[in-house]
Ligand binder design. Structure first.
Ligand code: HEM
Length: 469
């Protein structure tokens, strides 16, 4: 059957997982150097094919998409999403959820002016809350998280919260605890029997209880009893309103076989939160970290905004095409920080012939985005932070097909347009208003990230000094 090569000794039960150290992408890269861009590893009970490099990854995601539409039966899909919603569904059920969410987000103005105004409002709010610290060193990630959460809460429920609001603080506490315990429970993906270990050793019960609370909170925010559903009106206020309306429409038309129901609605809304907040916040925090580490670059970014926008009005989305250095800086931040280094496991639903090997039906496939964003043959000096790699001699922005922080193909990031707009508007506002300095002069915060299955900056404080007008 010609399967891709394997790194050798797989221990009983754990397979090759015992070889993973702190940063999983290091081990994956070590195997890539030894075995090439495609190889097989055993992760507990799962046989996984790891794919590296732009050619193979784009080939499988673009050409073999239809054979890769499953999700393996993992803890995440079973216990968190209960096999429902955009992240956990496969096949035609996924297609229906994805197309519903995509068209709903588009109709709500994702990537357009109406959304830009909402984000600008949150960016202004962020500036005010940072300013309140009066140049005292502070960790800004909590402040950024509230504003990014507000953007999504607006899109999903037409709601927003002020910093310090008890509901949002409780929500953020639960989400942060969830990410902490998900680390301990990751092994449950590959060894489901561990959930029976005494003392909740792998945090199975805690994860379940946090998820139950988060779902109840989300359902409370939907506020179903106070929503006016009008089936003759094609419009809707937000994602949850769109779902509720479409669910009623399906009932009216007696369409039984559909994923547009309350279980999938809840799971998809939870997925938008899980996938959309951490990623966006982490990218913004990495950008601030790089500005602190490269003050000369921070200064150039400020000068560009001063020239193009001035200091009397807030940057708007229409400034984007003229803020070329800022665009290149964001591109390089996304490349260098690479907040989603590995794709979610996908399941081959048919045999796939790729790179001279056969990936057999039932195999789990992982794509290694890190192998593209850090590929020496593409970037030359991938370990250097250098935004000017995205600018040509005239200062125009160069678009490179290998820059794929949002993935590629039909299962790429459904929130890409929203996230891109957020990155631009939040960062433009921060650059215009503040100079970011390290907590102590001369002591730069480390740029070495914490990489698990997402990449996060190590906690650091900054002093945000208001720029004189
Ligand atoms: C800078 C911010 C973001 C980055 C870097 C990012 C990155 C990604 C990547 C790489 C994938 C594909 C993973 C794979 O192939 O397995 C993905 C999927 C996804 N993203 Fe994002 N994302 C970001 C923001 C968002 C936002 C704001 C939302 C919500 C509005 C969102 C919702 C999703 C969802 C629901 C999926 C799964 C799509 C599906 O299975 O069809 N993401 N994201």
């Amino acid at each position: 059957r010609n399967p891709p090569p394997s790194p050798g000794l797989a221990l009983p039960i754990v397979g090759h997982m015992y070889l993973f150290k702190e940063n999983p992408t290091d081990q994956i890269e070590t195997w890539r150097k030894r075995l090439g861009n495609i190889y097989t590893i055993q992760m507990g009970t799962f046989r996984c094919v790891m794919l590296n490099g732009y050619d193979l990854i784009s080939e499988i995601l673009l050409k073999h998409h239809e054979s890769l539409l499953g999700r393996p039966d993992m803890f995440l899909h079973k216990e968190i999403f209960e096999y429902a919603g955009i992240v956990s569904l496969g096949g035609n059920k996924w297609k229906e959820q994805r197309s519903f969410l995509q068209s709903t987000l588009r109709a709500l103005g994702m990537g357009r002016n109406i959304m830009a105004e909402r984000i600008q409002g949150e960016a202004d709010y962020l500036l005010t809350t940072i300013d309140a610290a009066q140049s005292q060193a502070l960790e800004i990630s909590n402040l950024v998280t509230v504003c990014v959460t507000n953007v999504l809460c607006g899109v999903i429920f037409s709601k927003r919260f002020n910093q310090g609001d008890e509901t949002i603080l409780q929500w953020l506490k639960s989400v942060s605890r969830l990410f902490e315990v998900l680390g301990s429970s990751a092994a449950l993906n590959f060894f489901p029997f561990l959930k029976y270990m005494p003392g909740d050793m792998f945090k199975f019960n805690e994860v379940k209880s946090i998820i139950k609370n988060l779902k109840e909170t989300i359902w409370g925010w939907v506020d179903k009893d106070h929503r006016v559903i009008n089936l003759s009106d094609q419009g809707f206020d937000d994602v949850s309103h769109a779902f509720l309306t479409e669910i009623e429409r399906k009932k009216r038309d007696a369409i039984a076989s559909t994923t547009i129901d309350e279980a999938n609605m809840l799971a998809s809304m939870l997925a938008l939160f899980n996938a959309g907040i951490e990623t966006t916040v982490n990218t913004i925090i990495f950008a601030v970290l790089y500005m602190v580490n490269f003050p000369h670059l921070q200064d150039q970014l400020f000068r560009e905004i001063e020239d193009v926008v001035g200091l009397d009005r807030s940057p708007s989305i229409s400034d984007k095409s003229n803020l070329k250095l800022l665009s290149a800086f964001i591109m390089e931040t996304q490349r260098f920080a690479n907040v989603v280094p590995l794709g979610q496991h996908r399941l081959a639903t048919k045999d796939i012939h790729l790179g001279g090997y056969t990936i057999s039906q039932g195999t789990s496939v992982i794509v290694n985005f890190d192998s593209i964003l850090r590929d020496e043959s593409v970037w030359g000096d991938p370990d250097i932070f250098r935004p000017d790699r995205f600018l040509d001699a005239d200062g125009s922005v160069i678009v490179k097909k290998e820059l794929i922080p949002f993935g590629i193909g039909r299962r790429n990031c459904v929130g890409e347009a929203l996230a891109s707009m957020e990155l631009f508007l939040f960062l433009a506002a921060l650059v215009q208003k503040f100079e970011f300095l390290p907590e102590k002069d001369g002591e730069l915060p480390t740029m070495v990230p914490n990489v698990r299955f997402t990449s996060v900056a190590q906690p650091f404080k900054v002093r945000a000094i208001s720029r004189p007008k």
